[in-house]
Design a protein around this ligand. Structure first.
Ligand code: GCB
Length: 606
């Protein structure tokens, strides 16, 4: 008989540390799947009584593993006591955050249980993957009452292989979602955006072949437009399997064999390719096939590198005419609901004459990056290593690295994505330097074909605006936020200031801006007026342009967005008003100042 301690240890290993599958399926939306989106029943559980017993022991770590809400129990006889009922509980639209769907949940931070029933018809020999596009923040996932695992991180996808748990006919999935902010998490307790909780992106059940194509990277090699470099990985570690990569329109095709890890290296010499760029967002149909599986998608090919203070796209110096944006719809409360909302945001960026967007401050939807590919917008993609993280906590670091890895793994085939950002406005210290340097090294290890950035900060001495953050050594860009004219100094005083930058690299201003309440007017010295914001842009543009290395910017921000930090009852009312577009879609005066500048810059960088 196993001893109690051994038993507990086993339980701990099998239950507490169950985490989502390490390797995501590439392009899961391009595989055969059943969407589990729709109406899910929910139970608000602020005391977590569906998770802990009255001694505060988790039910799912008890001997029977029973008793939690994940069982979705039904009364089998009339005397039975059950204090919850999913069938009689209200529903939430999934994907969708809860804050914007139920009034009393607008500011809720805590646990909510969600349940969905679905029919499955599993076929012998196939593999089944339960996939979540994103759940904010901590998810415990159960299928048919059995725990699949835990995932932390509100903006990255995760999945579980459920081949052995899936039943013929009716199945039920229960997710315990907790969006409580915690110091040691990524992000930490303090952010400037709404903490939308819930299952915020698509949920699906994919059906794959036994030895399916799990992952691939098909991109041009580092700074090399003459060679497609990458790999295809099968789900099983099966050596000697043939894999074909075919790009019919380009007349490129290769057949390669897998090694013992199931990985086939791909290297295709290129004679002529129509290269992807914002002006020419050309995507090729790429067909990948193995003996058992095939998958196809659209991929663009381009190179990105820096030389001195230039950013070279396909070998040509470019200026990044950008704007920052959050994953939030300003017109209706909540995160971007789908392709239509995303297209609206990117279309606004286009109207500003952008060729570039900063998807702040966390991974946006996979679909967003696919749209950027299609619409011709370069992308800065970021992880929520934001402000003051627990730099010395190993668990916190691991979490940050995991989120970064998942982002890169997910979007590595997107031509649009040119910069991986490892964080935003992180305060100088030795532990922070170590933490951030390790993240920068990790990016280079995972993907050496793109640039590494981070939104740094400036400090001021007299009239000098100084960038000398040691992290700058680790980055490809001098990328920083500066709020001259808003948090320091008045706009008209900016001409007195001078930038002092330690690094000879391309300069990207990752944030600049100020608030304006749309429709509120006055002179340019009156805070919150459109005129104040307009004059801020009028003074900032020439000020930033004094830097000879200026190669782009993403002012803060495309649209007004919600933030509980923004308390002024009249001007803010829980909104950050730095948008160039209001919450009703009205373009503020500053929009046109930036657009003018972008029109001129476009002509200069032709
Ligand atoms: C920043 C942050 C951004 C804030 C912005 C602001 O520096 O990076 O997340 O929303 O300032 O409006 O203060």
């Amino acid at each position: 008989m196993i001893k109690r301690t051994q038993y507990l240890l086993l339980l701990l290993l099998s239950v507490t540390f169950l985490s989502a599958d390490a390797q995501l399926v590439q392009n899961i939306f391009g595989r055969k799947h059943l969407s589990l989106n729709g109406r899910w029943n929910y139970i608000i559980d602020p005391y977590e009584m569906g998770y802990y017993d009255y001694r505060h022991e988790p039910f799912d770590q008890s001997k029977s593993g029973k008793g939690g809400f994940y069982d979705d129990r039904k009364q089998v006889n009339k005397s039975e006591l059950i204090e919850y009922n999913f069938d009689l509980s209200p529903t939430l639209k999934i994907p969708g955050d809860w804050n914007s769907q139920v009034e009393k949940l607008e500011l809720y931070e805590g646990t909510i249980w969600l349940r969905n029933k679905f029919q499955a018809n599993p076929v012998a020999g196939k593999k089944y993957i339960l996939y979540f596009g994103a759940v904010n923040y901590e998810a415990h996932v159960y299928l048919n009452g059995k725990k699949l695992g835990i995932h932390k991180g509100g903006f990255t996808p995760f999945q579980f292989e459920v081949t052995n748990q899936l039943k013929q006919g009716e199945n039920f999935v229960v997710v315990k979602v907790d969006n409580t902010r915690k110091q040691d998490e990524i992000p930490t307790v303090n952010t400037d955006w709404w903490n939308y909780g819930g299952i915020t992106r698509d949920v699906l059940l994919a059906e794959l072949s036994g030895n399916y194509i799990q992952d691939y990277k098909i991109q041009l090699g580092r700074s090399n437009a003459k060679q497609i470099e990458g790999y295809v990985k099968l789900s099983e570690n099966s050596a000697g399997q043939s894999v074909e990569v075919n790009i019919p329109e380009a007349g490129l095709k290769t057949t390669v064999k897998t090694d013992a890890d199931g990985v086939a290296k791909v290297s295709i010499p290129v004679k002529k390719l129509n290269l992807w760029s914002p002006e020419n967002p050309k995507l090729y149909q790429v067909l990948i096939s193995s003996t058992e599986d095939k998958v196809e998608e659209k991929i663009g090919f381009r190179t990105i590198e820096t030389r001195g203070q230039d950013i070279l796209l396909n070998g040509k110096s470019i200026f990044l005419r950008g704007i920052s944006l959050h994953d939030e719809n300003p017109l209706v409360q909540g995160r971007l609901r789908g392709q239509g909302d995303m297209r609206m945001m990117l279309q606004w960026a286009k109207e500003l004459n952008c060729n570039y967007v900063r998807l702040a401050h966390y991974p946006h939807n996979e679909e967003m990056n696919r749209l950027a590919d299609e619409m011709g917008l370069l992308v800065w993609a970021e992880v929520p290593v934001y402000w003051t993280i627990s730099w010395e906590n190993q668990g916190t670091y691991n979490n940050a690295q995991q989120q970064l890895t998942d982002l890169i793994e997910r979007d590595k085939n997107r031509a649009a994505v040119i910069i991986w950002s490892i964080g935003n406005e992180t305060p100088l210290s030795e532990p922070r330097f170590k933490f951030m340097s390790k993240l920068a090294d990790k990016v280079r290890e995972l993907d050496n074909t793109r640039l590494v950035g981070a939104a740094l900060e400036v400090h001021r001495k007299g009239y000098d605006v100084i960038v000398d953050d040691p992290l700058g050594e680790k980055l490809d860009l001098v990328s920083f936020n500066q709020y001259g004219g808003w948090y320091w100094e008045l706009p008209k005083e900016l001409p007195k200031y001078k930038f002092k930058i330690k690094y000879n690299k391309p300069v990207i201003i990752t944030e600049v801006g100020g608030d304006a309440l749309a429709g509120y007017h006055g002179d340019e010295d009156t805070r919150w007026t459109e005129e104040f914001q307009e004059s801020l842009y009028k003074y900032q543009i020439p000020f930033m342009n004094t830097m000879s290395g200026l190669r782009g910017m993403t002012p803060w921000i495309l649209t007004d967005f919600r933030s509980p930090r923004r308390q002024h009852p009249f001007f803010q009312d829980f909104w950050n008003r730095k948008g160039l577009i209001s919450e009703t879609g009205k373009k503020k005066k500053a929009f046109w100042v930036l657009k003018d500048f972008y029109d001129q810059t476009q002509a200069k960088f032709k």
